[in-house]
Design a protein around this ligand. Structure first.
Ligand SMILES: *Cc1c(COP(=O)(O)O)cnc(C)c1O
Length: 367
């Protein structure tokens, strides 16, 4: 028998999160962002839940080809565009939309002879200072792009630096001024802007993390008002129980000292499974449906939990590390990171299953 740890991917949660995006941005089309192997959830696993999306956005050409091979007919956007001449051929063969953020990428398109024109998203650096043409040079970049034989339609896009803190106007204004004379669709909004900044929704939104039910700010409380459901549950079992006397310590570094007699559960989950080693004493966890806390240091294959609130728990008790009841952000925040990082870093050794959920699709032949 394998170790009892496993992850479950909830397709209904992704479907519902996508529906929420569409309700929040009813006039926009949706690029579902599934980079990094669908934020660690697995592209092939998540794929059936994306049917209602208008497009799929990711970074890796191999991932884009995988999505086409799954049968996706709608647009696929490469968020970082192409890297070398052979990529133009791949984009052509699989009808990929490519982001163009620099002149080197325009040069690659200029020297290429694709069978069909390649649709691009011309990217503006409106203040993030990562990728894109500066506002002052954007119109000229658009002119150069539109003069290239291989270029099809030109969409206009940019990315926010701190939509999660509420500040988007400075970038949106830059974008609007610099694109006022240009035709084409607009795309600005990541998850945070989908939730909090309708002004930026425009023609296409680009949600990632909220499709998986994690908070764009890294704080679970910020998404409490939205019906976002966790797409991943990481669960395990208790494999050992210790009863500590007052003043005894637990685990490496002896970072936790019992102040009274207490029962401790040992859970088959450690940092080699993707649980953060920086999770401090007090990080929430659920045992047999009861919320409690981890105590002491997380080790490679195990962590320890306080069984005081769940006296009936023992070996074999079920443990939710994160998921429906304990949001991944509640584990991430005290660990100094964000839910994005934890789900992306789920370890390969954790077996993953798919919870297809209850589908409400109407019967095809109901008379
Ligand atoms: C990752 C990414 C997104 C999605 O960001 P979330 O915060 O996960 O919604 C959108 N646009 C671009 C360009 C990205 O790289």
């Amino acid at each position: 028998m394998p170790r009892p740890i496993s992850a479950r991917i909830h397709l209904d949660a992704v479907r519902q999160n996508l529906q929420l995006v569409k309700r929040l941005a009813p006039s926009s089309r949706v690029w579902s962002v599934i980079k990094a192997n669908a934020y660690g959830h697995g592209i092939e696993r998540i794929y059936p839940a994306l049917a209602e999306a208008d497009g799929i956005a990711l970074l890796d050409l191999d991932e884009a080809v995988r999505v086409r091979e799954l049968g996706w007919e709608k647009p696929i956007l490469l968020l970082e565009g192409i890297f070398e001449p052979a990529d133009v051929e791949t984009a052509d063969r699989h009808r990929l939309t490519v982001t163009v953020h620099c002149d080197e990428q325009l040069a690659l398109l200029k020297t290429s002879r694709p069978r069909e024109r390649i649709d691009i998203q011309l990217k503006m650096n409106s203040g993030m200072n990562r990728l894109g043409f500066r506002p002052g040079e954007f119109e000229a970049a658009w002119e150069r792009a539109s003069g290239i034989e291989a270029v099809g339609s030109i969409g206009l896009m940019s990315h926010f630096a701190n939509a999660d803190d509420g500040a988007i106007d400075w970038q949106t204004d830059e974008f609007d001024v610099a694109t006022r004379n240009l035709p084409g669709t607009r795309s600005l909004s990541n998850s945070a802007a989908v939730l909090w900044h309708p002004r930026a929704h425009r023609d296409w939104v680009r949600p990632g993390t909220i499709l998986y039910g994690a908070s764009p700010t890294g704080r679970a409380r910020d998404i409490e008002g939205f019906a976002l459901r966790a797409a991943m549950t990481l669960e395990s079992r208790i494999i050992g129980v210790q009863t500590l006397a007052p003043n005894e310590t637990i685990g490496y570094g002896r970072t936790f000292t019992a102040d009274r007699a207490m029962r401790i559960g040992v859970v088959a989950c450690g940092y080699a499974d993707g649980y953060p080693r920086h999770a401090p004493t007090g990080t929430p966890v659920m045992i047999d449906g009861v919320r409690t806390r981890i105590v002491g240091r997380v080790s490679m294959d195990m962590l320890t939990v306080d069984l005081t609130p769940c006296p009936a728990a023992g070996i074999g008790s079920s443990v939710e590390l994160w998921g429906e009841h304990v949001r991944v952000d509640e584990v991430a925040e005290p660990s100094g990171t964000i839910g994005y990082e934890l789900v992306c870093a789920l370890a390969r050794r954790v077996p993953v299953s798919i919870d297809a959920g209850v589908t409400n699709e109407p019967e095809a032949h109901s008379a």
